[in-house]
Design a protein around this ligand. Structure first.
Ligand code: ZN
Length: 275
């Protein structure tokens, strides 16, 4: 699933394509893709809107419109948002087609159909439950420690809870825990102050490296869950230390990487380097 670095890459690479462009209308082929308002009212409301600002909150893309409204896109498992030529093939996975004023099409494609789009006057209504943004000053070691304090749930599970810290998913949680030397199954409340600080730093480091590599593209060729808006692959999958490396040697100590399931999510770790 696209996580913070992948969504950030989307926003950065779509911004020059969409800045100043006006949406002429929309065709919705799978109604559940539109979370707000609904598939019936979305085309009329998006028609005439012009893109002016580009941002991100957690794993949500925030496309600001000249009207003051925001088009919010969550890619979930397999969503893709891309700008294509006006004669692009509209396949069975293309759920929303938005013609632009320059003759091109803004397409939302999603084979698993979990992705969602909101068009709202106030983005906070959608984003209210999100925790701090990990690369901003609002994500502090002290605040992070307070949110983990007394919690019996595993630290891995809490890293995936978007109300603790926004934007971290399975890939970057496993990689951050490895770098911090913390076993993913540890009860979050048992982390000592030094471990909380190490994990805070590791979360920032892996996310920043993920952004620098334009995200992680997983899966078979042509079937990646994430590719950049222009179709290129990200590069951070080549930097993984433990994620999806079960049985391969830990890059630090050589012990085979192990896999367990926590909160129904595959979790990868080194049983020697992580405590
Ligand atoms: Zn190791």
């Amino acid at each position: 699933m696209p996580e913070l670095p992948e969504v950030e890459t989307y926003v950065r690479e779509l911004a020059p394509e969409l800045a100043g462009r006006q949406v002429l209308g929309a065709r919705v082929n799978w109604s559940r893709t539109i979370a707000t308002p609904d598939a019936e009212h979305f085309p009329g409301l998006i028609a005439g809107q012009r893109f002016v600002t580009f941002g991100r909150r957690g794993k949500y893309m925030l496309l600001g419109l000249a009207s003051g409204m925001t088009l919010i896109v969550h890619l979930r498992m397999t969503g893709h948002l891309r700008v294509e030529a006006g004669d692009a093939v509209i396949d069975q996975h293309t759920h929303v087609v938005m013609p632009l004023d320059d003759g091109r099409l803004l397409l939302f494609q999603d084979s698993r159909k979990f992705g969602r789009i909101w068009l709202v006057p106030d983005a906070e209504v959608v984003l209210a439950r999100l925790g701090p943004e990990p690369l901003e000053d609002s994500f502090t070691v002290d605040g992070f420690g307070l949110r983990l304090n007394g919690r019996s749930a595993s630290i891995k599970t809490l890293l995936l809870d978007q109300s603790i810290v926004a934007g971290v998913g399975n890939i970057y949680a496993d990689e951050a825990l490895f770098r911090a030397g913390i076993l993913p199954a540890r009860a979050a409340g048992t982390l000592e102050a030094g471990e909380v600080a190490a994990l805070h730093a590791a979360i920032r480091a892996v996310l920043e490296e993920g952004i620098a590599k334009a995200g992680s593209s997983l899966g078979k060729s042509g079937l990646q869950n994430y590719v950049r808006p222009g179709g290129e692959l990200g590069g951070f999958q080549d930097e993984f230390k433990v994620f999806r490396r079960t049985g391969l040697p830990c890059p630090v100590c050589g012990t085979p990487v192990e896999r367990i399931v926590l909160g129904q999510r595959s979790t990868h770790f080194c049983p020697v380097c992580q405590r």
